[in-house]
Ligand binder design. Structure first.
Ligand code: ZN
Length: 201
């Protein structure tokens, strides 16, 4: 955001973007939030939003965020393409997460405490939506026929990021499990490459 200017008793908010993006990637999240501010190794501000009364969930929910960010920049070998990055939990969200440019929205059912972290956490969605900032947002498919460009790379890079945190066993298990699920769907005559999309948009 560049500034807020009063015009006719209202406030005009001005935003600056250095690169173009597709219109489906714009979003607003409006509510009462506080934020944790981190900074990547490369100097990009990372803002993690949370409900004011749930400060104890900040660390477990956003655990490994900076590590994932630094990992993806290094692994993809292309600097994060936008000026900043934000993650905002929202209520009654249809998907796990959505990779709006510079601002991922995600279901607040992923807001967890440190006990719940082992059972269910935001790490995979965190990495998946962040990978979309390159694959999908910086480079966007021209039509739905090429959605592999979005979901294929986002899914794969999220697995790589998880491998760097949780190790080889989990990586190969998820790899195998995904392949087996896709194979079963295919054999049932329901095969399509949107399986991952159905789980995480
Ligand atoms: Zn996705």
């Amino acid at each position: 955001m560049v500034d807020k200017t009063p015009i006719d008793g209202k406030l005009a908010w001005s935003f600056d973007m250095e690169r173009p993006m597709s219109s489906y990637l714009i979003a607003f999240a409006i509510g009462k939030y506080k934020k944790q501010v981190l900074r990547s190794e490369s100097g990009i501000p990372i803002e993690n939003y949370y409900y004011p009364q749930e400060e104890l969930k900040v660390e477990p929910t956003y655990r490994y965020t900076k590590r994932i960010f630094d990992f993806l920049e290094k692994e993809i070998e292309f600097d994060y393409p936008w000026q900043n990055y934000k993650q905002v939990p929202v209520h009654d969200f249809l998907y796990a997460g959505m990779e709006n440019t510079g601002a991922t929205l995600f279901s607040d059912s992923y807001l967890i405490d440190s006990v719940a972290f082992k059972d269910r956490n935001y790490v995979n969605v965190n990495a998946h939506e962040l990978a979309h900032q390159w694959f999908g947002n910086l480079v966007t498919e021209e039509s739905g026929n090429h959605h592999w460009l979005q979901e294929g790379f986002a899914t794969y890079y999220a697995y790589l990021a998880e491998r760097s945190i949780f190790g080889e066993d989990k990586f190969y298990w998820k790899y195998y499990d995904t392949a087996a699920t896709l194979k079963n769907q295919s054999e049932d005559g329901n095969g399509n490459h949107y399986l991952i999309l159905m789980q995480i948009v």
